[in-house]
Design a protein around this ligand. Sequence first.
Ligand code: PLP
Length: 476
Amino acid sequence: MTLYVNLAELLGARIEQGLYRPGERLPSVRALSLEHGVSLGTVQQAYRVLEDNGLALPRPKSGYFVPEHRSLPALPDISRPAQRPVEISQWEQVLELVRSTPQQGVIQLGRGMPDIDSPTLKPLLRSLAKLSRRQDMPGFYYDNIHGSLALREQIARLMLDSGCQVDASDLVVTTGCHEALSTSIRAVCQPGDIVAVDSPSFHGAMQTLKGLGMKALEIPTDPLTGISLEALELALEQWPIKLIQITPSCNNPLGYIMPEARKKALLTLAQRYDVAILEDDVYGDLAYTYPRPRTIKSFDEDGRVLLCSSFSKTLAPGLRIGWVAPGRYLERVLHMKYISTGCTASQPQLAIADFIQGGHYQPHVRRMRSQYQRGRDQMSDWVIRYFPSGTRASRPQGGFLLWVELPESFDTLRLNRVLLGQGVQIAVGSIFSASGKYRNCLRMNFAARPTTQIEAAVRKVGEAASALLAEDERGE
Ligand SMILES: Cc1ncc(COP(=O)(O)O)c(C=O)c1O
């Protein structure tokens, strides 16, 4: 990694962790140059990166300062889902969301779509084109059921960043993270089993549980630190839970990163009650701080963690390339993979392997991380400006999704119907609960670079919400 980027990420992490307080002067260019043994120019470049990310402000003749606190929407409270296993509902609402296709004139704030317009993705197009021109057509063959060895080697290298040491032979390439999740759930559970989930939780995993005849036990979850370990322990005492399914790093939809100590404590709990953990890390590489957070898998010594991920959020979802590191469940996962899709399409696997091997992955992800961090700040400002007062919102620490909470009695299904007529789509909160809670919440995507059209769309959401609230108050 380039020296100045390294230094910018180090300083950025210190600022995000609060080691320098808002309004405080940051170390001088000269001091940093001496401390890190780099040139003055390198430090100045690092400060320019921080300035672009809104983490440092230059003041003429005085140096760089941490920006003063921006006002932020209040955080939602810790969630209070029904604390018993439930049959999963909400399929109709999920279907409505996933049936939508990109349409001219409709701003889709609801989908979990990354920004795919970055020039740093261009080398991936070149890799795909290069493969298509090859006479021996490597992308036309069936590959090993594990997936392309070239890609698995690259994934194993990337996973070192999250503290995880796995071998290419420990990995199975899947058709997106979706298939990684479904093969893992089927490898561990039987119909009728109970799975503990964070709440709110990714609807894809919950609908998989529903489709496989399992029940979800939603566990209260804090918007900054993740699943409540106290509530989880009580649930483990009370119910025969087979699997804990969570997204602890850059959670969807809340955006938190579970602190490392809590990740370790969760693993200890799982060991004590002999339960498997399904760790969804699909957004983990998009954490705003560097180095990226460690996975629970990186602390796992007895192979009970199945780590699922994909390139859908970091590169592009249309490639449909994911993977699972299933630990002791490898043989079962291979069988479930075989009966699911046999093997995953070869061409995108080879193209992604080529892209990573060519050194293009890290620069791309670095650029997206800072774009998404700026997007988060912009979206939070818009929520303050355009939403009814009293609206609460998450404080994502990575990824590109914001969770917004309106007053308890509010109905976002109604809001969504109003908005569809206005060319805006949101994700309604109830799909993130097994039992249809969170009807007063919604999720918005801030991946795309802010434009006046996106601002107008967010404004429409806020204004429509205010109008519906006013109607409710008048009893209409
Ligand atoms: C938390 C989470 N896990 C898994 C997935 C599915 O990923 P993929 O598109 O790779 O199947 C998503 C996509 O929205 C997600 O948000």
